[in-house]
Design a protein around this ligand. Structure first.
Ligand SMILES: Cc1ncc(C[n+]2csc(CCOP(=O)(O)OP(=O)(O)O)c2C)c(N)n1
Length: 202
């Protein structure tokens, strides 16, 4: 049963492929927040959208930032992508998200069991820690590991129609991110605010 599945029972997928599958399912100008490094690189490579935000430099801030967007724009669906190492650095955000429970927030953790971009050091998620069990324990019910790509798409469709936040866990391989965003925080912020309709374009 999917809900009882742990990370060890799941297929190891590819982050760029999974990210591309996610982006192809977006049809309502959903906001998507990519986390530091690989999650935002692959989000960029999957095809830039005006509603994409690419976190630079701050581990673990994709979910908190997405929480803010979800609360500010309750009519818009918000998706956040984060690496396991980054989520582990900011685990407390899951309790805040469970407490505020925005129904329009979907989170995806791309779990490669390592701090890949800084040299592949193992994270606790490679060993004893199960991030979906953590999310469920924090009160984010409905969170689940994706068994394979098809299951991931099914979980995304369910989450995008849900009325409570969810975390979807995806075990991914160690392939590097495919693209690279320009390291220009002001441009990233301005583009995003225009994409969300809260600032006029130039
Ligand atoms: C507070 C802090 N410590 C360390 C770093 C350096 N750093 C940047 S990305 C990263 C690893 C991110 O790991 P993960 O989120 O699992 O993503 P992956 O690289 O595996 O895709 C580290 C250690 C940082 N940016 N901020």
């Amino acid at each position: 049963m999917v809900a009882a599945m742990n990370a060890r029972n799941t297929k190891v997928m590819n982050r760029f492929d999974v990210t591309s599958r996610l982006v192809r399912r977006l049809t309502h100008e959903e906001a998507v927040i990519g986390g530091i490094g690989n999650t935002n690189f692959d989000l960029w490579a999957a095809g830039h959208r005006p509603q994409n935000f690419y976190m630079l430099g701050s581990m673990g801030l994709a979910f908190p930032l997405a929480l803010g967007v979800a609360l500010a724009q309750p009519q818009r669906r918000v998706v956040a992508l984060e690496g396991d190492g980054s989520l582990l650095m900011q685990l407390g955000c899951l309790t805040t998200i469970a407490t505020l429970a925005p129904g329009n927030l979907t989170m995806v953790v791309m779990d490669n069991g390592s701090y890949q971009i800084t040299g592949g050091q193992a994270t606790p998620a490679a060993g004893v820690a199960d991030l979906i069990a953590v999310a469920l324990g924090c009160g984010i019910s409905g969170s689940a590991w994706a068994a394979d790509e098809e299951d991931f798409e099914r979980l995304i469709d369910q989450a995008l129609a849900a009325s409570a936040p969810r975390l979807i866990g995806v075990r991914v391989d160690d392939k590097p991110g495919v693209g690279a965003t320009r390291r220009d925080p002001v441009q990233i912020r301005e583009r995003f605010m225009i994409g969300l309709g809260v600032r006029q374009g130039l």
